[in-house]
Write a protein of this length. Structure first.
Length: 107
């Protein structure tokens, strides 16, 4: 079994503006954002954030996280966003931390 060491730091933002500001300062390799049905964290808002981040960090990988069990229609929209090339990847909330590390490592 291959293990992935997470040599990355996690920063949390409670508001969309905080996410954009952190990216401006830190220039992250990857931005992982949860998508929900709530207006602040819905897919459209997250795609707007993606646009803002890409202006300042064009190489930043965008990964969306969605709960495929409670948000089935939203999960389908997120999957389609990946197919359409709007995001670099998506993951489901039900994955393990090891799998998440592997996904980030493979970006």
């Amino acid at each position: 079994m291959t293990r992935f060491d997470s040599d990355f730091e996690v920063y949390n933002a409670d508001k969309p503006d905080e996410t954009t500001e952190l990216c401006r300062i830190l220039h992250p390799y990857a931005l992982i954002m949860e998508v929900t049905a709530l207006a602040t964290w819905d897919l459209e808002k997250r795609l707007e954030q993606r646009d803002e981040v890409k202006v300042q960090c064009p190489d930043c990988k965008i990964v969306l996280v969605v709960d495929e069990n409670t948000e089935k229609k939203l999960a389908d929209k997120v999957r389609q966003a990946k197919k359409d090339g709007l995001i670099d990847n998506f993951i489901y909330c039900s994955i393990s931390a090891t799998y998440l590390s592997a996904v980030i490592d493979a970006l």
